[in-house]
Design a protein around this ligand. Structure first.
Ligand SMILES: NC(=O)c1ccc[n+]([C@@H]2O[C@H](COP(=O)([O-])OP(=O)(O)OC[C@H]3O[C@@H](n4cnc5c(N)ncnc54)[C@H](OP(=O)(O)O)[C@@H]3O)[C@@H](O)[C@H]2O)c1
Length: 254
């Protein structure tokens, strides 16, 4: 019997797939049979990571584009459809952070963060929904954050963008659902990736994160893989508009 989590035949584009959470989700999906297309802006780094997966005998390709470049994103998705017949899944995972006290936080920096972390997810989702609709099936996962419903100082653009992305997840879930396209989100807690290097090396902050997390540690990128498999597989066939927290319990601790 075919496993509920088998992804064979499903081609899935993962933005921000060259490292951290995106690569870990892509690797997990590929290990469950998917053909993954890893996206990022650095061709050499992406190729290295795809080669790493192919060395395991997995199906991994690359699509080099900036998620803020609408034409390049559309062309990459068209290429996937031309080659594989169907873009089954999209993970809007590419994201950036900008930390600054509010009085030094420029409008340009605010807009840069919102563009990458929210607007690009709208654009790519719209294009993906157009392509997926032709098959009457598809899945989109947005990587949101615990930050949004909860807040910290110095990251207002990130918080606004991620909370906007949660709202966009609901909006797309209700509009694309009737077309057979399921739209959900994954909300990681504090995960040890390059994005958080400055926080990990700040012992006081790092200890505070550990003390606020019931599992008493930072999360590891590979721990996001299971959630991505679930939401891309038959196991998640009736899950739509959901935000899956993967945060060691941090978001429910008083
Ligand atoms: N780490 C955490 O604790 C945490 C918690 C909650 C949510 N998240 C979210 O999870 C996602 C991944 O985070 P991460 O920690 O894995 O970050 P990361 O290690 O910094 O990786 C970010 C990825 O996004 C890509 N990227 C950035 N800007 C891009 C653009 N304009 N176009 C295409 N690709 C772009 C990067 O590749 P290139 O720079 O080579 O293009 C890289 O692959 C982000 O959305 C982040 O907000 C992370």
């Amino acid at each position: 019997m075919k496993s509920l989590f088998d992804l064979t035949g499903r081609t899935i584009l993962v933005t921000g797939g060259s490292r951290g959470i995106g690569f870990a989700m892509g690797a997990a999906l590929a290990r469950h049979g998917a053909t993954v297309v890893l996206n990022g802006r650095n061709e050499a780094k992406l190729e290295d990571k795809a080669r790493e997966l192919r060395a395991e005998g997995l199906e991994a390709e690359t699509a080099v584009f900036d998620v803020n470049n609408e034409a390049a994103a559309r062309s990459a998705m068209d290429k996937i459809v031309n080659k594989h017949g169907h873009l089954f899944g999209l993970i809007n995972n590419a994201g950036i952070q900008h930390r600054s006290p509010i009085l030094a936080f420029t409008t340009a920096d605010f807009e840069r963060v919102v563009s990458t972390n929210l607007t690009s997810c709208f654009t790519l989702s719209r294009e993906a929904i157009a392509l997926m609709s032709e098959h009457g099936s598809g899945r989109i996962i947005n990587t949101v954050s615990m930050l949004g419903s909860q807040a910290r100082p110095t990251v207002p653009a990130y918080i606004a963008a991620k909370e906007g992305l949660r709202a966009l997840t609901r909006a797309l879930a209700v509009e694309a659902g009737p077309k057979g396209i399921l739209v959900n989100a994954i909300a990681p807690g504090y995960i040890a990736t390059e994005m958080n290097n400055a926080l990990i090396t700040d012992k006081k902050f790092s200890d505070w994160i550990v003390s606020k997390t019931p599992l008493q540690r930072w999360g590891e990128p590979h721990e996001l893989g299971g959630g991505a498999i679930y939401l891309m597989s038959e196991a998640g066939a009736f899950v739509n508009g959901h935000v899956l927290a993967i945060d060691g319990g941090m978001s429910v601790q008083v």
